[in-house]
Write a protein that binds this ligand. Structure first.
Ligand SMILES: [Zn+2]
Length: 161
């Protein structure tokens, strides 16, 4: 058994006690993930990755159940969890932080949600998702202005947390 494997087991057994211990120090970090790996312990799927925020790196462990999204290297995430050491966190939630533009690939924290789960960082990129049909884009946006059609609106501008 490798050292890192033993470490994972220790972390995960700590994790089980965390739920009953309210004295734990919690933290929320926004950063970029790298080195994502998946492992199983006690038949539970878990992920480990490095989250880099403001030049500092944290080793993050999270159970798959507590992770709302698929994890990808280079993506931005907001994690909340329990501090194990200064550089190690067991996350109780992992959420995406901002979105990657489906047109130009730019990461952004505010932009357009377009139709079938697509993201655009700017009006220009949003129109490209409409194959350049600006009129169709504006028509869809206008649905929001009318109470009767607002619920049907699939394209809108928003801020990602
Ligand atoms: Zn873009």
């Amino acid at each position: 058994m490798t050292f890192s494997c033993i470490l994972k087991i220790i972390v995960l057994s700590l994790y089980q006690e965390i739920n009953t211990n309210t004295m734990e120090k919690t933290i929320t970090i926004q950063g970029i993930a790298s080195g994502i790996s998946t492992f199983y312990t006690q038949a539970k799927c878990c992920h480990a990755f490095t989250l880099t925020a403001n030049g500092k790196s944290y080793k993050v462990y999270v159970r798959d159940n507590d992770c709302e999204w698929d994890l990808n290297d280079g993506e931005h995430y907001t994690i909340s969890g329990i501090v194990i050491t200064d550089e190690m966190v067991v996350a109780t939630s992992v959420d995406r932080w901002g979105r990657i533009c489906d047109v130009c690939g730019k990461w952004h924290t505010e932009g357009y949600y377009v139709g079938e789960d697509e993201y655009a960082c700017s009006e220009e990129c949003a129109i490209k998702l409409y194959n350049g049909n600006e009129a169709a884009f504006r028509e869809d946006l206008a649905l929001l202005d009318d109470e009767e059609t607002a619920d049907a609106a699939v394209t809108y501008w928003t801020e990602w947390e």
